[in-house]
Design a protein around this ligand. Sequence first.
Ligand code: FES
Length: 241
Amino acid sequence: MSFAKGWHPVALSTSVEPGSSAGTQIDGGEYVVWRDNSGVAHVWQDRCPHRGMKLSFGFVRGDHIACLYHGWQYDTAGRCRYVPAHPDLEVPATITVPVFASAEACGMIWTCAEPEAVRPPTPADAGEVIPVRSLYVDNGADALLRAVRANLPSPVTGDEPSAIAPAGDNLWRITTGADTLLLGLQSIADNRAALHVVLAGPASVYAGAGQTHYLGWTADLRYALKHEQAPVGAAARAEAV
Ligand code: FES
């Protein structure tokens, strides 16, 4: 299984620690996001070629990920290198996991299914960013984006108008006052989507109060989706968080 053209965000960079793995979905397909101990992120099909166990249930050892079920180990190219039940076996090169291109930019992990020859450029990095959150909702990506457009945030200070503009594949930039938010939109399934939200700027400015302010905005978004674009505000947030 593969997914639509272009780059897709699958997680905030800070949510996948070195030596860990997590399952995710793009357009209904299941993928494992894992980070080796040197810090490089990988996105693969979430299925062990042996008996189909999810590799996201496995464990990372150095630059390998091992399947939970029978312990087959795969290197960073997706090739099986070790079968515990047959430790002396030279594992056939045909035993591989489908591997997708991965990149990190704007504080998010991205993946692309297109071959290198036709692959679009990786998302442009935005310098220092501060993670806000990944918001998961039981709505499709189009509905989530409509809710964002209808409920743009106000800045941490001031009341200048806000604007949203595309900034790349599945990436939007919101400018509001002196603040810039970057939003990575992940289509998980027809009725499920995620918004990976970061603040562009230094931690010395935005860590703490800035993150809290925009966390409240994501709670407003959830409320707006749940109540079909009803007006939102701080009073609604307790229900929405
Ligand atoms: S199912 Fe993965 S090693 Fe057997």
